[in-house]
Design a protein around this ligand. Structure first.
Ligand code: SAH
Length: 360
């Protein structure tokens, strides 16, 4: 290892020297979630001074509209009480705080709500506790209570470990992380997959050299929340950047201080993400027995929920500078050159229940 290596890079290099190259999924899980040095375990990465900004940090309108969308689904299913309002990877707790403020207007909802957060980062749990002290925290979706489940996940699935395969003359070979001249670098497994039957058809048809990304952890979580929603009622919104259809291509990326970085350069110091394959996620939702809606583009979804009217109301009560900020945030969340089209929204509800609002 070079002397500028991060503590986690040195740890992973030792692991590779002892046992050989590790799967990309294990590398991602360590880079983001290693108990001592993992990226999310040691810092709050959000905001201007962090590595990236998310929609709830751009504007309160985002969390408010998500809250009202879930409130509408809750009423459409007979206002079950008690019920769980859950969030996966709640960051600073901003989205949930904004959602709770918005649903105060809905009769009986706040009295029936139990807040559940799935969060692994101790640093972010502290931040969440300040905004939403009444929440119950979980390490995984498995321990969410057996209750009607209304759930939101914003920029959560992109942080889950993926597996990559490259098509070679020999077949599809898994990409591992090994050492090359003292640095962490991808290497191909020598033995190809026995078959690619589980790959989406669009990936199976890819040319030699193409990369296929599969997200088994994402599929497992999507299936679990869907089967909970089928068993107890509820609805979910999954919002993330990604593509509508499964397709070959590499999307693993690292962000550090709002700049793209080499994903293998400084594990633990950079955010690592992959685009979400919404077609694969929708397949997992159906495997869990629920109906999948969309994905809708975030811009269209927020407009259908009335973000323009909400912005106008906020502007009426604002100073000129505040009004300009509200207008800028509205553009940021909805314009296609910004977050409006790259970000997508997948809706989940029991079959036969009303579709979540916003999917036009
Ligand atoms: N939803 C927030 C934060 C997005 S960042 C927002 O929009 O601002 C990703 C979040 O997921 C962080 O809170 C991070 O700590 C959490 N996270 C990442 N991997 C996780 C995992 N495997 N289990 C639970 N939480 C995870």
């Amino acid at each position: 290892m070079t002397s500028d290596a991060t503590p986690l890079a040195s740890h992973i290099a030792r692991l590779i020297e002892e046992t050989g190259p590790i799967p990309l999924s294990q590398y991602m899980a360590l880079a983001l979630g290693h108990a001592e040095h993992g990226y999310y375990m040691t810092r709050d990465p959000l905001g201007m001074r962090g590595d990236f900004i998310t929609a709830p940090e751009v504007s309160q309108m985002f969390g408010e509209l998500i809250g009202l969308c879930l409130a509408d689904a809750w009423m459409a299913q007979g206002a079950p009480a008690p019920f769980a309002l859950a969030e996966l990877g709640p960051g600073r707790g901003t989205l949930m705080a904004d959602a709770l403020r918005a649903i105060r207007a809905v009769s009986g909802m706040v009295d029936a709500v139990e807040i559940h957060f799935v969060e692994t980062s101790p640093v972010l749990r502290e931040a969440q506790k300040k905004r939403v002290p009444q929440a119950t925290w979980h390490d995984s979706v498995e321990t969410l209570p057996a209750r009607p489940l209304f759930l939101i996940a914003n920029e959560f699935f992109d942080a889950l470990p993926i597996v990559q395969y490259q098509r070679t003359e020999r077949g599809w070979c898994e990409r591992y992380i090994g050492l090359s001249e003292g640095r962490l670098a991808p290497v191909l497994a020598p033995i190809p997959l026995v078959n690619d039957k589980s790959f989406p058809a669009a990936m199976r048809a890819a040319p030699i050299g193409a990369i296929a990304e599969i997200a088994p952890a994402s599929a497992a979580i999507a299936e679990t929340i869907s089967s909970r929603i089928v068993a107890h009622g509820g609805a979910a919104l999954v919002i993330d950047y990604g593509h509508t259809r499964s397709a070959p291509g590499e999307t693993l990326q690292a962000l550090r201080g709002h700049e793209y970085a080499d994903p293998f350069d400084a594990p633990g110091e950079a955010d690592l993400t992959a685009h979400v394959d919404f077609e694969a996620l929708a397949r997992a939702v159906r495997a869990g027995g629920a109906a999948a809606y969309g994905p809708a583009e975030q811009g269209a979804f927020l407009r259908a929920l009335g973000i323009e009217a909400r912005a106008a109301t906020l502007c009426n009560q604002a100073t000129e500078i505040q009004a300009r900020n509200i207008e800028t945030s509205l553009q940021r969340l909805t314009a296609s050159g910004e977050m409006g089209s790259l970000f997508k929204v997948l809706g989940i509800a029991p079959r036969g229940a009303q579709a979540p609002a916003g999917f036009v």
